[in-house]
Design a protein. Structure first.
Length: 486
């Protein structure tokens, strides 16, 4: 048992989580007034302030001594702080690009921002969890919020269908994860990741068969959230049906939280399995990047293209999982941060175009866009070049770091396949750029002549992050590598 004073001390360790939850509750209580409910300014304003305060609180937490919190259920360390910062950046940019888009879609505006903050709080709780029961609870906290956010535009049947599909498949994935925990507990007698690591390293496992089966089921549950092949089938339909800002949020936030759990479970608690299962992980990486890129080639919808692209990027990140080294895990953290900027930037441009032209996300809608909106077109070109992995963007450094970790671990052929997949991906990214800079003879009907200033701020943040992490990557990459000393 720990005292009330100790609880208060431990509460400081997950201050970002508390700030987001309190901000969400303020939105919930304040939106009871009709005037505030009808205006999205109140909810978005509180959400922006709450997210910025949560980011500011990281300044006081960074550099603190690593320690477990609440009877070894959570932990404060540089690993969790790095990923918390990534999630908060994603949340802030999504809030900014949501202002016009969500109001136009007719969603419950204040409830939207409340659920967004609660989902981010769940992700932060997940990256700090070192007990598998706490991981599961955090997983459900953010998943429930996202299930609702996907279908929050209730008047759109495609959105409701996507929400229901994600809910049903997510429930199956959660069941796999929870069922796997029972086998791990049966084999080790604990769900504490630190204790599991000690038991496995000392060879005190009661049943190796139970442990393998439990780890396999947990892998299935995490693979669903990451959208690894063959657990990826939900991704394009859900991404297309969800409001575009939520599609962007799912593509980056969920991946960051899921990869954090993967590293803690298979990189720290069960490192032996990374060695024994390297063939399986190798195959998963190859299938994921290949299927994602081939399917992206066939898409006319930019949202579906970016959805399959996110699957391919999960495969690239998984290359570093196969490497299984500290440098590889650090490269994953760096990649997730870069991916947050460049992917949110690309989706931010899609939101901008939807605001101008209505709900048109097909690639042909971008014809001549680079001439009509040269600044936004240039931003989109930079984001797509970063997704391709071209210098001097952050995407180049991220891919280089991930592939370097695999080469150092001896997986040369895996890197060759990754490079070939990157060449395939370059085709469909370049296709979008070519369409943007192809003059259109037909006039395009503009619904809204002006873009949102908030969307512009979100694009500026994304562009700055994408370029800075490509031009000056060393310090951040060094921090990322040191952060994975679990």
């Amino acid at each position: 048992m720990i005292s009330g004073i100790q609880y208060l001390k431990d509460s400081v360790g997950f201050l970002p989580f508390l700030i987001l939850v309190v901000s969400g509750l303020i939105i919930l209580l304040g939106s009871a007034e009709t005037a505030r409910r009808e205006s999205g300014r109140y909810g978005s304003g509180v959400a922006i302030v709450g997210t910025l305060l949560a980011m500011f609180s990281l300044y006081f937490l960074y550099g603190l001594k690593k320690r477990a919190l609440f009877n070894d259920m959570l932990i404060i360390d540089n690993f969790s702080l790095f990923l918390t910062a990534t999630i908060l950046i994603a949340t802030l940019v999504v809030i900014l690009i949501s202002r016009n888009a969500i109001a136009k879609d007719g969603a419950e505006i204040n409830e939207y921002y409340m659920l967004l903050l609660f989902s981010s709080a769940g992700m932060i709780l997940m990256v700090q969890s070192i007990n598998l029961i706490m991981v599961f609870l955090a997983l459900e906290i953010f998943s429930l919020g996202i299930y609702v956010l996907v279908g929050i535009t209730k008047q759109k049947k495609v959105s409701t269908e996507a929400s229901l599909k994600y809910l049903l498949l997510g429930a199956f994935a959660a069941a796999f994860f929870l069922y796997g925990l029972t086998y791990i507990y049966g084999a080790t007698g604990t769900l504490d990741l630190i204790k599991i690591a000690k038991i496995v390293s000392e060879g005190q496992v009661t049943s190796n068969t139970y442990l393998v089966l439990g780890a396999s089921l947990v892998l299935c549950g995490i693979a669903f959230k990451i959208a690894l092949v063959p657990f990826h089938m939900w991704t394009p339909d859900v991404y297309e049906g969800a409001p575009t800002p939520i599609t962007a949020y799912m593509a980056v936030g969920v991946k960051a939280a899921a990869f954090a759990v993967f590293i803690r479970v298979f990189g720290h608690a069960l490192p032996k399995f990374n060695i024994e299962w390297n063939t399986l992980l190798w195959i998963l990486a190859v299938l994921t990047m290949t299927v994602g890129n081939i399917c992206a080639l066939l898409q006319d919808s930019l949202k579906r293209l970016l959805a399959y692209s996110s699957i391919a990027h999960a495969g690239y990140i998984f290359v570093a999982i196969v490497a299984g080294s500290q440098y590889g895990y650090g490269a994953i953290l760096y990649y997730l941060l870069v991916y947050t900027f460049m992917n949110l930037g690309a989706f931010g441009v899609v939101v901008y175009v939807e605001n101008l032209l209505g709900q048109k996300d097909n690639i042909d809608s971008f014809k001549g866009f680079g001439f009509r909106r040269p600044v936004i077109g240039l931003c989109m070109a930079v984001f797509l070049c970063s997704l391709m992995g071209l210098p001097p963007t952050g995407g180049f450094v991220a891919k280089f770091a991930v592939f370097s970790s695999a080469i150092k671990a001896g997986y040369v052929w895996l890197v060759i396949i990754g490079v070939l997949n990157s060449a395939v991906a370059a085709y469909y990214y370049l296709k979008v750029i070519v369409v943007m800079y192809t003059r259109s003879e037909t006039a395009v009907e503009v619904i809204s002549p002006k873009g949102s200033i908030y969307n512009g701020i979100g694009l500026i943040i994304s562009l700055a992050g994408t370029l800075m992490l490509g031009i000056l990557p060393h310090k951040v990459l060094e921090i990322a590598i040191k952060a994975v000393s679990l």
